[in-house]
Design a protein around this ligand. Sequence first.
Ligand code: KG4
Ligand code: ZN
Length: 332
Amino acid sequence: MKSTIILAIESSCDETSASVCVDGKILSNYIANQSVHEQYGGVVPELASRAHLQNIVPVVDIALADAHCNLSDISAIAFTQAPGLIGSLLVGTQFAKSLALALDKPLIAVHHMQAHVLANLIGDNIPNFPFLCLTVSGGHTQIVLAKSALDLQVIGETIDDAAGEAFDKTAKLLGLPYPGGPLIDKYAQLGNPLAFKFAEPQIPELNFSFSGLKTSVLYFLQKQDEKFIANNLNNLCASIQHTIIQILLKKLRKAVQLTGVNEVCIAGGVSANSGLRNALTEMGVINGWKTFIPKFEYCTDNAAMIAITAYYKYLANQFTELDVSPSARAEW
Ligand code: KG4
Ligand code: ZN
């Protein structure tokens, strides 16, 4: 039987990435980061689209070369259609559409949040359906019930900030550069998670709230002297990280109780957090859950997750037309 070879492109925010997937196996996943945003303390949309324009051709070339593949071998071209920064999405969408038209290949539109969940289907140790996934990124915080690869249901989500925003905004209060999440993770490893106590919100059902944590850290810091942060950075990072992890895992435990599903995954940029990875593994052992954590390169934005999602869509004949448009906010 002929192999199914997907070329996938991800450009929803500030990473330009391309991946080649053959029969559900990832052969390459090249990611170009955009350092241009560091000096601004956040992603500047216009600069992101311009960097995508510069990166996209070399990134796709590298992904094809890494997979020892030619454009003529490709069965279908996949791209992130939503959600994300509209200018960034447009670059990937237009590139994928042009390639599909020029090569006369089918086109597959992928939802970025669905792809984060399905990153857990990359590799040999993968969950069985149904499974639960805590998807935690810079823009989203969701608990998803995956009944099959293409039947995902959001059963809980944030009512304000995302978990990644909670990391990045509190890091900013500590004077750390953007994105602060990985730095909080680094300093937290040297600190005491119980050194300081920050308020945990009481939100009903499986929903989350993180805006109160930012305010609680702000008010706490306003009461301290100017040397306090420098003298307590590790303990502050460890305590903030601990609070975020507690908020996330309490709701995940509740989701397992409510659904009776005990195959549990995490996904999204914040799932790269070492404290969250350790806490989930520990919780799995204590509660008898099977836990799954994607490799680091599949946690933050990457095209391999777009490729694996597109592979399942290909098998289900879910193609899109050439008049498809990207969307900054799309429900699923
Ligand atoms: O999934 P992602 O790469 O992009 C979005 O779709 O948003 O997630 C980015 C988020 C940022 O908020 C970043 O600070 C956070 O993931 N992040 C981390 C870590 N690595 C990335 N947060 C905590 N600890 C980390 N190690
Ligand atoms: Zn993402």
